[in-house]
Design a binder for this molecule. Structure first.
Ligand SMILES: [Zn+2]
Length: 173
């Protein structure tokens, strides 16, 4: 019957709302449940869902966590190392020393850089690409901080040497 079909479709739409997949009921092993509540935890990196089994009515909780791809940095000498967000923030903060740049805006800039790197690169990021992004970000954030980086550039004969220095700022110190 047509009306039954529509009802079924609506029920399905409710079930699959937000693309939420079903979990196996811990009590009766039924694989259909209804999400009765969703909320973010740990500042949105984890989603907590309260679910109810559609067969036995048992209520249980699932956690959905974003699995971040661990980016690796390819250094100029060809070696790899784990990308370290804290180190990058440290480098940017040094460039922004005594400048009216808030920690929040540096954080936001780093978030933007991370997003861009994660969408542009699968797993491995050349160090130069990171340096370039930091330069672009600083240019928008604070002129003086940008010029500090740029002044380092003038001391080097070629762009590769400069980028090595930027890599040093991001990495080693
Ligand atoms: Zn159940």
């Amino acid at each position: 019957m047509k009306s039954d079909g529509i009802f079924e479709q609506n029920a399905l739409n409710t079930l699959y709302q937000g693309g939420e997949k079903h979990m196996r009921c811990p009590k009766c092993s039924h694989t259909e449940d209804k999400v009765i509540d969703s909320r973010g935890a740990r500042s949105g990196s984890v989603i907590r869902r309260r679910r109810m089994c559609l067969r036995c009515g048992y209520r249980f909780t699932t956690y959905e966590e974003i699995v971040k791809t661990k980016l690796r940095v390819i250094k100029r000498d060809g070696t790899h190392e784990d990308f370290d967000r804290q180190k990058m923030i440290g480098g940017i903060m040094r460039a922004c020393e005594k400048r009216p740049v808030s920690a929040e805006s540096i954080d936001a800039m780093v978030d933007g850089i991370m997003d861009a790197l994660e969408s542009e690169f699968e797993r491995e990021v050349p160090g130069q690409a990171i340096g370039k992004k930091v330069m672009e970000g600083l240019e928008k954030l604070d002129e003086v901080a940008y010029v500090r980086f740029a002044s380092v550039y003038r001391r080097f004969k070629d762009v590769n040497q400069f980028l090595s220095a930027v890599e040093g700022l991001i990495g080693d110190r």
